[in-house]
Write a protein that binds this ligand. Structure first.
Ligand code: SAM
Length: 284
């Protein structure tokens, strides 16, 4: 474990990625508070939000706006400042870069040889995983799905076969439609709707996707939401008789090696084993 940096020491010039609370101000880490106190300038999404956080720790620091609409223009100036100054990056809540601006700033800072440091902390996606009671050994963070129905269905189809728990950000008004689309595209898996994490009305409601879609259909919830969806169930092992039947059929159309390859791929079986089986079937 590294000992904390002495408060009086000036910060080394560079970029400091600082995670901030997602609701409960007590979740600001002492290290995050220390970096914000000593940064020469803080790049912020919304200065009103960050001013509130700085007030909470009794600090005033210069702020510069850095958000989706001005990032391109702001980046070169920030990269230049990092040569001689400590530039902190925060978002309105949680970990910068996670469904928030910042990755291009990190990329360009690295390309320019700047010192880049992370001060990790709250992140709604990870906090939701800890509440959901679903497998956490493999998870896919899919951010916000598109709001238009067709684009959303295509995005869901892309992730439908991934053998991992899915984590998605969503808003209250769109929650029910999103859950219904997930049920249609993924099958009726177990899921959790986590809401207002670390705040007074924090909750995690669990059930199948269709159950949850129905629950929220007439009562869109208020506040901030993360959906967590269980991985797909284990596929049943292929029935050897089905594979044999497919092989017999494939051999009517294809040479032995190609037939074995086609059936191996379709059933997820070993190609060499199927090749031997196909030769036996042909009496070769
Ligand atoms: N960078 C942030 C993070 O580390 O979680 C996420 C920023 S993203 C623009 C905002 C979304 O995160 C919200 O719409 C919601 O889906 C989720 N979120 C943020 N705070 C939350 C909270 N306290 N409870 C539940 N979800 C939250």
């Amino acid at each position: 474990m590294t000992s904390p940096v002495a408060i009086s020491e000036p910060l080394e010039p560079g970029l400091y990625i600082v995670a901030t609370p997602i609701g409960n101000l007590a979740d600001l880490s002492p290290r995050a508070a220390d970096i914000l106190t000593r940064a020469d300038v803080i790049a912020v999404e919304d200065s009103r939000v960050t001013a509130g956080l700085l007030r909470h720790i009794g600090v005033k620091r210069p702020m510069l706006p850095y958000h989706d609409h001005n990032a391109e223009g702001m980046r070169p100036g920030l990269i230049a400042r990092m040569a001689t100054e400590a530039v902190a990056l925060v978002s309105d809540a949680g970990t910068p870069l996670i469904s928030d601006p910042g990755y291009k700033l990190v990329r360009d800072a690295r390309a320019a040889g700047r010192h880049v440091v992370t001060i990790p902390g709250p992140c709604a996606a990870v906090a939701a995983l800890t509440l959901a009671g679903l497998p956490t050994d493999r998870f896919l963070f899919a951010g916000f799905l598109p709001s238009k129905a067709q684009a959303r269905s295509s995005a869901i189809a892309e992730i439908a076969t991934i053998r991992a728990t899915l984590v998605l950000y969503e808003s209250g008004p769109r929650l029910s439609a999103c859950l219904a689309a997930l049920a249609e595209g993924l099958g009726d898996r177990d899921a959790a709707v986590t809401r207002e994490i670390t705040k007074r009305y924090e909750e995690a409601v669990t059930g199948t996707l269709t159950h949850l879609a129905a629950r929220y259909a007439d009562a869109p919830p208020k506040g901030e939401i993360v959906i967590v969806v269980a991985p797909p169930g284990e596929a049943p092992p292929p029935d050897p008789q089905d594979a044999d039947a497919a092989l017999v059929e494939a051999l009517t159309r294809l040479p032995v090696a190609k037939a074995a390859g086609e059936v191996a791929k379709a059933f997820g079986l070993d190609r060499k084993t199927l090749y031997a089986r196909a030769l036996a079937m042909k009496g070769e």
